[in-house]
Design a protein around this ligand. Structure first.
Ligand SMILES: Cc1ncc(COP(=O)(O)O)c(C=O)c1O
Length: 479
């Protein structure tokens, strides 16, 4: 039995009528929007066809950003309305990329294709010198292996909390605090299955469709691919060898607009080996603070540095997500162990994603990480890398190349001084003919066609052999 009075019933009926009327309007607008979207789709297809005919790349980051900017400038909108429009435009733009045949993985594809080809050759019994992938030859340390064996003997194989074992988090946080005079607590860290998952989680839990992530090129291709997977937009800032790979803060200022949400800084940089100066870092953090942006600091190579290094964490900007990994520092790539540090709200978001997906990093892997933290291996491996960097520098003397000697990390990013040099063609031929795998510069940004990235964390004999073949192949190119 209804307890509503006659008046209340009347009001309710009026509300239903109002809703019905509005819904009719929503139906009409949705229909018109769909018709317009179909018209847009046709145009997108036509542009896609033209790009294909002219061999132009599908992705045009500049154009995408201009399109968004134009809409935001031409229509007056409140903050909430802007957010809504940006999300919808983000989806529409991503669909356009898809229709024109672009895949988020495209940026990393040239690079991974070569890696896969090299692996295929190996399965056919051919020896390949791997100068493409950053897999240090020095690890894993025996302490990690012993800890792993110990865990397995003790059948230490259950789940841990999604953030990781308290003792492991504590040991990492204490080390980070001590090295940089900071005061993070266990609630500020989450262990991740590799640094890459930390980056993936940081992007997907913070970037909504249509929001922009600023990336400094040349860059590790994963940042761009993951941003696009999240239906975000990329703001690219190219840096140049001739300018010492420095970041131009004026360009950064210009690139930041209303839909910018995050700046990614990879220090030391893969592929250039650049360590960003204090002033550059300070300017980036200051700008981020002014515009309330997130800073995603990927410092995966920070323990392999050959000149003084300052972590972004020291700037104490609360919206910083710091990512590091055991892969390169300790040569533990296959262990899949990394971590993210930041304020609790950020860490909680990453932990939720871990809980929903992989549950946790396997505890025996966490223990293997714990075992290497207090060893002297960090210093030893850094010395090894320093030696290989000097050796490579010597072997590349008097070759038709130009580069900045790496200040950190595992790589040389080399400009080849030959007319119309095409890094992808060269890398494919070098693998095919000489069985030496290197990474083409275009994997790190469309502009870097004349560059080749070489991983020098290999055994010395492989480095000698690989560089000999590389230099011979360069010298056989006739202009
Ligand atoms: C710049 C950079 N960040 C992060 C990673 C992630 O490494 P992992 O996922 O093995 O920890 C890599 C690996 O190549 C890298 O080059």
């Amino acid at each position: 039995m209804s307890s509503k009075t006659k008046g209340e019933k009347l009001n309710l009926n009026r509300s239903y009528a109002e809703i019905k009327k509005r819904r009719q309007e929503i139906d009409d607008v949705t229909l018109s929007t769909a018709a317009l979207l179909l018209k847009r789709l046709k145009l997108v297809e036509e542009v896609g066809k033209l790009k294909k005919e002219r061999n132009l790349p599908v992705l045009d980051v500049k154009r995408e950003n201009e399109l968004i900017k134009g809409v935001l400038e031409k229509l007056e909108m409140s903050r909430k309305e802007k957010e809504y429009i940006l999300t919808v435009l983000g989806i529409v733009i991503n669909e356009s990329r898809r229709i024109q045949g672009f895949k988020a993985e495209e940026r990393s594809k040239a690079f991974y294709n070569l890696f896969i080809k090299a692996k295929e050759l190996e399965t056919l019994g051919k020896k390949v010198v791997h100068l493409e992938v950053g897999e240090p030859c020095y690890g894993p340390p025996e302490e990690a292996i012993n800890a792993l064996k110990d865990s397995l003997t003790k059948k230490n194989m259950s789940y841990s909390s999604p953030t990781g074992l308290e003792e492991v988090k504590k040991a990492i946080i204490e080390k980070v605090n001590e090295e940089n005079s900071l005061d993070f607590a266990n609630e500020n860290i989450v262990l991740t299955p590799g640094g890459k998952f930390g980056i993936y989680a940081s992007i997907t839990t913070n970037i909504k469709p249509g929001e922009k992530v600023i990336i400094f090129n040349p860059s590790w291709p994963v940042y761009g691919s993951l941003t696009m997977k999240a239906k975000g937009l990329i703001g690219e800032i190219n840096t140049e060898l001739e300018k010492g790979w420095r970041i131009d803060s004026e360009k950064l200022k210009e690139e930041i607009d209303e839909n910018t949400k995050m700046i990614i800084i990879n220090n030391p940089c893969n592929p250039t080996g650049k360590i960003y100066g204090e002033k550059e870092l300070e300017e980036i953090v200051q700008l981020a603070e002014e515009k309330k942006l997130l800073v995603l600091a990927d410092e995966t190579y920070s323990k392999l540095t050959f000149k003084p290094f300052k972590t972004v964490l020291e700037y104490n900007y609360e919206n910083t997500i710091y990512v590091d990994s055991f892969s390169k520092t300790y040569g533990m790539t296959g262990f899949r162990l990394g971590y993210a540090i930041g304020k609790k709200e950020i860490i909680d978001k990453i932990s939720s994603l871990i809980s929903l997906t992989v549950t946790c990093v396997p505890p025996f892997i966490q223990k293997a990480g714990l075992a290497v933290l207090e060893t002297e291996k960090e210093k030893k491996y850094k010395e090894f890398m320093k030696g290989n960097v000097s050796l490579t520098d010597k072997l590349l003397k008097n070759q038709p190349v130009k580069y900045m000697k790496p200040e950190g990390g595992l790589y040389f990013f080399i400009k080849v001084l030959k007319d119309k040099f095409n890094s992808l063609d060269f890398a494919e031929k070098l693998l095919e003919k000489k069985r030496v795998a290197v990474a083409p510069g275009t994997a790190f940004g469309q502009k870097y066609t004349e560059f080749i990235r070489i991983n020098v964390s290999t055994r010395k004999e492989d480095l000698f052999l690989g560089l000999k073949e590389f230099c011979e192949a360069l010298n056989s190119i006739t202009n």
